[in-house]
Design a binder for this molecule. Sequence first.
Ligand code: ADP
Ligand code: GN1
Ligand code: MG
Length: 372
Amino acid sequence: MADSKTGLKQGLPEAVLDRFSIYGDCESIVPYGKGHINDTFLSTWNQGGTRLRYTHQRINDRVFARPGEVMENIVRVTAHIRAKLEGVRDRSRRTLTVVEARDGKPWVRDAEGGWWRSYCFIENARGGDLASSPEEAALLGRITGLFQNQLADLEGPRLHETIPRFHDMEARYVRFHEALRKDACGRGGGCGAEIDFLLENEDRGGILIRALREGGIPERICHNDTKMNNILLDEDSGEALCLIDLDTVMPGTSLFDLGDLIRTVTTRTEEDEQDLSKIRFDTVFFRALITGYLSQARAFLGPPEYALICEAGRNITQIMALRFLTDYLEGDPYYRIARPLHNLDRCRSQIALIRSMDSGRSEAEKIVRELS
Ligand code: ADP
Ligand code: GN1
Ligand code: MG
């Protein structure tokens, strides 16, 4: 199942599985999930007659140069959240649980130097690419605000920057210009309109990173990848349980997370929708999302952050358009693709969403003013 161009191994080596502290008989292992980055597997075990499941991931070490630091962050963050959930019902479904290796480390290295980790599988939960209702949008906002709030008092050294300059639009533009200049795959000619849009928006795109760098908005611990399918909801009640995919939890601005939520929760279309006419920024979902988010984030958010809420949605959508197009121009080395123009389609859908956000902007600003 693994993508040959990323150099990832096929399957999960048994020797790796044996070294995690998991007891019982392994009954099956299947590829799992729709993530663009890691290879994820789901295993089912019979432990004395009880069925238990785990996820196992080979950390993509082309994306994360220091997987050990990724795991150090994740162990600290999940332990901190777990401690805060003392006495809360269903605690083990409200944050990821790292399964240690038999040597006590939170990872196992395979024969080729690859890094593997395991988590308890969170049962009876669903992700999803689209919010099904404004109520669900509010729950997604609320759980993200809660996550940021839970980590606001994490003590100890600053978390590792697992991908340096991850949401730094200026650094992303440097790479984009380089990709344009090289045009290594001869693809630039076929996407002139998208290139023009991104060039016209280059200066505006720096607004969040400049504000963060210059101290206009505070640095906070955030998730940095809050697209909807990185949030699990209870299958029965619909309650939002937790944020998963914690590889990018590191210092940033709260607005990176809120921006990515706005990008993925306020539209009824998937990230790679090809019918651009269907892509619409929905202000009803936007209002619900912001209401849910502020129910938790009000406790720590300051006026400069409120002032940038609408821009944050546009900004994170822009950085995704830019990253998808850069990847397309470079020959798709980063994101997993299922068809040749997949990254270009993703870029186009993000640009269509920005245009729709711009049309709804005054309404969105009004909503934020009302809720602030
Ligand atoms: P990627 O970085 O590739 O996006 P994720 O960590 O998001 O990888 O995992 C991919 C998918 O696997 C998630 O979207 C989720 O559906 C599922 N998943 C991963 N870990 C768990 C878990 N512990 N419990 C339930 N589902 C999980
Ligand atoms: C990647 O890992 P995944 O699929 O949840 C990417 C995000 C993008 C997202 C777009 C580490 O997220 O930044 O927003 O794809 N993660 C990384 O779908 O690059
Ligand atoms: Mg993911």
